[in-house]
Design a binder for this molecule. Structure first.
Ligand SMILES: [Cu+2]
Length: 184
C-alpha cells in the first residue's frame, strides 16, 4: 500500500513518491486523436480473451502501466494471479483508488493511491477492465526504455492454466487507446 510520504528526504520515500507520481500521471486521460488503424494488443487462448492491450511509455529504471480487457469465455471461474515481463524488474497487479483524508484543520481532501489488486476472479462471461484510474499492470524498474511504437511481451498467469503471452503496444502520450472489439 502506498501513501503520500510526509517528506521526500530519504531514498525510499523518494522512490515511493516517484511511484505515486507515476500512478497520478497514469490516472490522467489520454484524449487526442480519433480511432484509426493501429495495432491493438490481444490474444485468445482457450477460454481467455485479452483485447485492447496498451502500455504507457517509460524510462529505464522508471515505471509504466499496462491496460487491457480480459474476458472469461469459459464455463469456469477464471483467476488472474500475476503477470511477468522481461522489460521490468517487478510486475504488480494494482488498483488505483481515491481516498478521503481528514486534513489538520478538519477539512477533507482526496488522496490518490494504488494498492495491490487482490483476488481477481472472473465469473463465466465476465469482462475485467484494466484502465487508467483503476486496475493496471504496474511495471516497476523498467529494464529498457518504452517508447511510442514499441511492442513488448507480457505474460499473464491464470490459476490452473498455461501462461498466456501477448504483445503489448506502447502508445505515445496523447495517442488514443485501442477500443475493445477493434481487433486482436
Ligand atoms: Cu500502480
Amino acid at each position: 500500500m502506498i501513501t503520500v510520504p510526509p517528506q521526500l528526504g530519504s531514498p525510499p520515500a523518494r522512490f515511493l513518491a516517484g511511484l505515486l507520481l507515476a500512478c497520478l500521471a497514469l490516472a490522467g486521460g489520454t484524449g487526442g486523436v480519433a480511432a484509426e488503424a493501429r495495432p491493438a494488443g490481444g490474444v485468445e487462448a482457450g477460454s481467455v480473451a485479452i483485447e485492447a492491450a496498451w502500455a504507457r511509455p517509460g524510462f529505464p529504471g522508471g515505471t509504466s502501466a499496462v491496460y487491457m480487457v480480459v474476458t472469461n469465455r469459459g464455463e469456469e471461474p477464471l483467476r488472474l494471479v500475476g503477470a511477468q515481463t522481461a522489460v521490468a524488474q517487478e510486475t504488480h497487479l494494482h488498483r488505483t483508488v481515491l481516498e478521503e483524508r481528514a486534513g489538520a484543520g478538519g477539512e477533507t481532501h482526496q488522496v490518490m493511491r494504488m494498492e495491490d489488486a487482490g483476488l481477481l476472479e472472473l465469473a463465466p462471461g465476465e469482462r475485467l477492465l484494466f484502465e487508467p484510474g483503476g486496475l493496471h499492470v504496474m511495471l516497476v524498474h523498467l529494464t529498457q526504455a518504452l517508447s511510442g511504437g514499441d511492442r513488448f511481451e507480457l505474460t499473464l498467469l491464470f490459476d490452473g492454466l498455461d501462461p498466456i503471452t501477448l504483445a503489448v503496444p506502447v502508445l505515445s502520450p496523447g495517442e488514443a487507446p485501442p477500443a475493445p472489439g477493434s481487433g486482436l
